[in-house]
Design a protein around this ligand. Structure first.
Ligand code: NZQ
Ligand code: ZN
Length: 361
């Protein structure tokens, strides 16, 4: 077995000791991969592949947040692949080269990415720290243990960034051309409402079991099988495409990048594609309880209320406040679309990405 974890939070909060106790009771031998960083690097994946092979492992247990889980998914694919780990990414046409993977299970210690219940991973690679996707159904964890108490010690910044990530996964699937996918959309709205309601409870009391449990389950539900986008066209998530560039350039926390860009992206889309205003108005009414009959006004009130939520959960107000330099925007906009335009309500190329980033600045 390969036991993998991040920078050591599991040693401070006792989860590591609990696991080792169980391993000892079960007589399980294991090798350890530690030090997986947020925005995990391909070097950790390579180290994990080597350790797995050298120690004759047959199973991977990932303990941590999305970064550890993602690195382990790439390791699971890498140990069954006879070539460099950098070959494992999904190509420009969305095709995955993966044909086999080692079995993987997870113990989730922070809510946000949904990696515990999905088949994807995001790995940082190369000198420009590009974030690339590894994806295959074989990478779905065999099981994931979700104990809300394990998330009590997550620092406030990361707890709230996780909330922003969950919300964005739900929004990326919601803001699609209206396909009359009522079940998907009403379920999605319900989960979004829970996230908005319970995030402030965690801020007030990090040991609020019910709030931690609801946010943790929302994290898993948000991306599970892309259930909220079923029946709708699949497309590159625009906010994630742009947000990853902020992480590449500044090593910024994933969820924070999304909170920073979302209001600007909403306003851009509402103005570039006014035919989709009803979707934004419906979001404002059904999720944010805006009572306004005019679609354009309701949609704008929705953006304002969402911004107020981000500020209540202590996300930075704009890119400048988050430490971004204006002169970097153009390169980031270019890189965000280097594998093709993003989005579906509007097509986002370099110019549009730059407009959105400038508006978020
Ligand atoms: O490394 P340790 O010491 O464990 O500390 C971590 C890290 O510093 C800490 N932490 C986690 N659980 C803790 C804790 N600290 C105290 N107590 C606990 N119980 O939190 C920090 C952040 O951890 P990280 O794993 O980086 O956070 P997150 O879960 O937000 O993962 C982010 C990564 O996931 C990718 C992102 O791009 C980013 O690289 N994503 C993965 C997705 C997927 N697989 O489907 C989808 C997402 O959209 C996202 O792109
Ligand atoms: Zn995300």
């Amino acid at each position: 077995m390969l036991l993998a974890y991040g920078g050591g939070s599991i040693k401070k909060n006792g989860i590591y000791d609990t696991i080792l106790e169980q391993f000892s009771k079960a007589g399980l031998a294991f090798a350890e991969l530690s030090g997986i960083q947020p925005n995990p690097r391909i070097e950790s994946v390579e180290e994990g592949i080597k350790l797995y092979r050298e120690n004759g492992c047959d199973f991977i247990l990932a303990v941590g947040g999305g970064s550890t889980l993602d690195a382990c998914k790439a390791i699971a694919a890498g140990v069954k692949y006879d070539g460099p780990a950098s070959d494992l990414f999904v190509n420009e046409s969305g095709v995955s080269p993966i044909v086999a993977a080692a079995p993987l299970a997870t113990i989730l210690t922070m809510a946000g990415t949904g990696s515990e219940l999905d088949m994807g991973a995001v790995i940082t690679v190369g000198e420009d720290h590009k974030k690339k996707v590894v994806m295959h159904p074989l990478l779905n964890p065999r099981f994931s243990i979700l104990d809300p108490e394990y998330t009590y010690t997550v620092p406030e910044h990361h707890s709230m960034a996780g909330v922003a990530d969950i919300l964005c996964h739900l929004m990326e699937q919601y803001f699609t051309p209206d396909a009359n996918a009522k079940v998907q959309d009403r379920m999605n709205e319900g989960v979004m409402k829970v996230v908005l309601e319970d995030a402030p409870k965690i801020l007030a009391n990090p040991k609020d079991y019910d709030a931690r449990a609801n946010i943790m389950w929302a994290s898993s539900m948000a991306l599970a099988g892309f259930q909220f986008v079923l029946g709708k066209p699949m497309f590159p998530f625009p906010l994630h495409g742009m947000g990853h560039e902020l992480s590449s350039k500044y090593d910024m926390t994933h969820g924070v990048t999304l909170a920073l860009l979302t209001p600007a992206w909403m306003r851009h889309t509402m103005s570039a594609a006014p035919e989709h205003l009803p979707v934004f108005a419906r979001f404002a009414r059904n999720v944010l309880d805006i009572r306004e009959e005019d679609d354009a006004k309701a949609a704008e009130d929705g953006v304002k209320k969402l911004r107020a939520f981000y500020s209540a959960i202590k996300m930075p107000a704009n890119l400048r406040e988050a430490g971004v330099k204006e002169e970097d925007l153009e390169v980031m906009a270019e890189k965000a679309v280097e594998n093709g335009n993003l989005g579906i309500l509007t097509s986002i190329g370099k110019d549009e990405a730059l407009q959105i980033m400038r508006a978020a600045f």
